[in-house]
Design a protein around this ligand. Structure first.
Ligand SMILES: Nc1ncnc2c1ncn2[C@@H]1O[C@H](COP(=O)(O)OP(=O)(O)OP(=O)(O)O)[C@@H](O)[C@H]1O
Ligand SMILES: [Mg+2]
Length: 320
């Protein structure tokens, strides 16, 4: 751990229990030389980010966030991009498709075993609308939670008819019937390429791949891309990898730059221009049942996600 990261952690411990500090970031901002000026500037920046309205796509964009590698930032990216979109006027539904239920936790959505969840749509044949819950941040953000019931779903689905199409059917019916049709549906996948992820790939039109700026970042990606290609050619011809997001970027290491350059060389323009910095505020937020967009809107992590979501929305014009 480098010196500045230690500092960041120390600051974070000091402020984590005090809600009055949460609205304003206490990260180091070298351009402001007094604490008051720094906090005022960050509070202003945090307020301003919500005043813009971003362009809505003509039809709902269905985006699966997938990478079978664990801990690369799938859930963090799903919930923070979703929150950023919703805070800018775009109706957004998050579908938590991971039995760990991390996206539900981050959005502060009840997900104890037995709670109506995505399991009921996949294996109970219940309409998705029965499981859609409004999030506290803004009524424009909704979530279908995942509970531990989903842990056996990969196996339970195996014997079902149309097992790869379960989520797609549920989402299609929801979109046809919903009184408030979402602009975005973001699906958070578990770290595997099993039937749950397959369902997400069949239900979506776009795949967003978060890649952690670390050793072995590209390892295993061929397998994901191969799966996407198989789904595209056999089950869902509309599917494409449309966005790659570089996550947990640490500007102090040469390695992060090398990984970022390698990913950009490999994937070209589908890599979103903003990168998400490694930032302790991002990892603290779920502990408070929040996204970093509300937990500390002025933090580097929140600004990173804000800019990434804005570019995603801007690129969405092409899908409209
Ligand atoms: N930009 C960031 N800065 C600091 N910590 C981060 C950042 N992004 C993610 N993390 C932390 O890294 C860990 C993994 O992130 P996350 O849960 O989003 O990954 P994941 O791909 O969804 O994992 P899994 O494969 O288990 O579902 C979490 O503890 C999260 O808080
Ligand atoms: Mg996750």
């Amino acid at each position: 751990m480098g010196v500045s990261e230690q500092e960041e952690v120390a600051v974070s411990r000091e402020t984590a229990n005090s809600s009055e500090y949460r609205a304003v970031s206490r990260e180091t901002e070298p351009e402001f030389d007094t604490p008051i000026a720094r906090e005022a500037a960050q509070a202003l920046r945090a307020m301003n980010v919500r005043q813009e309205r971003w362009p809505a796509p003509a039809t709902t964009r269905l985006v699966t966030v997938a990478n079978q590698k664990g801990g690369v930032g799938k859930t963090t990216s799903t919930v923070n991009i979703a929150a950023a979109l919703a805070l800018h006027g775009l109706r957004t539904l998050v579908i938590d498709l991971d039995p760990q239920g991390n996206a539900s936790t981050a959005l502060s959505i009840e997900h104890a075993v037995g709670t109506p969840s995505v399991y009921d749509a996949l294996l109970g044949g219940r309409p998705l609308v029965d499981q859609v819950v409004k999030c506290e941040i803004t009524p424009l953000l909704t979530c279908v939670p995942a509970t531990l019931d989903l842990a056996g779903a990969d196996i339970e689905l195996t014997s079902q008819v149309a097992r790869e199409y379960r989520l797609r059917r549920a989402v299609e019916s929801y979109l046809e019937e919903a009184s408030e049709r979402p602009d975005y549906v973001l699906i958070d996948c578990p770290p595997s390429l099993g039937l749950l992820t397959l369902n997400a790939l069949v239900a979506a039109r776009e795949v967003l791949v978060p890649i952690q700026c670390e050793y072995y970042a590209l390892e295993g990606l061929a397998q994901l891309l191969n799966t996407v290609e198989l789904v595209r050619s056999h089950l869902n011809p509309e599917l494409a990898v449309t966005n790659v997001l570089l996550t947990m970027y640490d500007s102090r290491t040469r390695l992060a730059d090398q990984v970022a350059a390698e990913v950009r060389a490999h994937f070209g323009e589908i890599v979103l221009t903003p990168v998400i910095p490694r930032n302790v505020r991002v990892s603290e937020a779920p502990g408070f049942g929040q996204t970093v967009m509300t937990y500390d809107a002025g933090s580097r992590g929140a600004i990173g996600y804000l800019e990434a979501a804005r570019e995603l929305a801007e690129r969405g014009r092409a899908h409209g």
